[in-house]
Design a protein around this ligand. Sequence first.
Ligand code: ZN
Length: 332
Amino acid sequence: MNGGDQAAFPPWLQGRLGELVRLVGSGQTPPGLLVTGPKGVGKGVLIRAFLQRMACTEGAEGLFGCGRCNGCRSFLGGTHPEILQVTPEVPGKEILIDSIRAVIEFLSLSHGGPARMVFIEPAEVMNLNAANALLKTLEEPPGGAMLLLAAAQPARLPATIRSRCRLLSVPVPERAVVESWLRPLEHDALSADEALAACLDRPLEARALLDDEAAQAAWRSDRAALDTLLRSQSPFPVVQRFLECELASLIPRLQRLLVSAHHYLVQGEADAFGRLFGTDLLRPFAARLGMRGTALLYQDSLQWQRELQAPLNPNLRCEDIVLRFWRHPMSS
Ligand SMILES: [Zn+2]
């Protein structure tokens, strides 16, 4: 993290970063730390800032590593010899026992140098064998090592893992705090408010959307697909639009649109996500689905989310999803 990145560090994470730095400074490093908080709130950003601070050899006084020394540079380049970061080998899939065996081997090589640190994210996707393999290390990590786990759904971790970790929850920031953090990146095409709504109120994703052309292109495709779904009298143009999207980003937004339709039926007005498409489009869509239709399709959407991991034919999958908007009993 260099000077510019420090200014961009989410303000709601600073208190937690301070707690972590003080904890280590007081010599009370816990063997296991489980950082929890909703998706997109900044658990990984927090832990990486902490790890860089630990890697920094300039003896920084503040919360952040200097960004210039060898320690910071090797951490940022992913080559720091005392720090190992573990993610699923295939994004979106489980963390398997081989990855945890690599952690155990990495820690066993620790001999008298600075304590090693391992960051596992997202920890809840460790499969059972992997979690069991980690358990013993978590009880007594060699050489005073520290294991840091980040989980948006900590309940999916075995209780034995959770009970061996010190817990640190990342607070959900107030909307005004997030908006003022995003505002410097606003531009004509996208406001902070719209970016947050488009990213389902996940601040880090909203920042990436404001800042990144590829994320904006993905949002434009998803938005056009959902807009077509709201307008179209027939499923076929919608299927075509869906095929132009990444389902991994489209499906959560489709699910969110169902929540907005339900919200409209209950409250009689559009929520922030619904307003991105306009009440005039949302109203007839919500009325056509009805309470029962939105509830049934929401249930279906949970299945669509799970199927994102499965290697299914995208054409068939898009057809199947879109046709359900026409097949369901659409009356409340
Ligand atoms: Zn440094």
